[in-house]
Ligand binder design. Structure first.
Ligand SMILES: [Zn+2]
Length: 139
């Protein structure tokens, strides 16, 4: 087995794709040939770098997909909590309007009976003295 034969099979040797008899022959050549051993070591280092890069690329894809999933989950959660906030706000506003109208009705009812505001009393007295019907008939 010469250097050219070994050169073409170095990659197969590194990948473990050789039959045992071929591997034994190539390793025998490597043990006696510095040039082929240097090529073997260089190819081994290159493959190690490629493997590292490939793993790094896979890690980037993985982390990117994880980040994407987290972002989607956060958007879903924030949308849900935003909907809850809107519903809570609407409920509070509705209750406020209800209580406000109840209070206004109570105030109007109590004002019909007794008014402590002199200005309002005057206004109401004026209305009592001259109701709308009287005003319309007399004019
Ligand atoms: Zn050689």
């Amino acid at each position: 087995m010469n250097c050219t034969d070994v050169k073409y099979d170095l990659l197969n040797l590194l990948e473990g794709d050789l039959e045992t008899s071929q591997e034994v022959q190539i390793r025998a050549h490597l043990s006696s040939c510095e040039t082929c051993t240097a090529n073997y070591n260089e190819l081994q280092q290159t493959l190690a770098i490629i493997e590292t890069e490939r793993t790094a690329v896979l890690d980037d894809d993985f982390s990117a997909s994880v980040l994407e999933a987290i972002k989607e989950q956060n958007q879903t959660v924030s949308f849900t909590s935003r909907m809850k906030q809107v519903l809570l706000y609407a409920a509070v506003v509705s209750i406020g309007i209800f209580i406000g109208s109840l209070t206004a009705n109570l105030l109007v009812a109590s004002n019909d009976q007794v008014s402590h505001d002199p200005l309002q009393e005057l206004y109401l007295d004026g209305l009592k003295a001259e109701p709308l019907e009287t005003f319309l008939i007399s004019n």
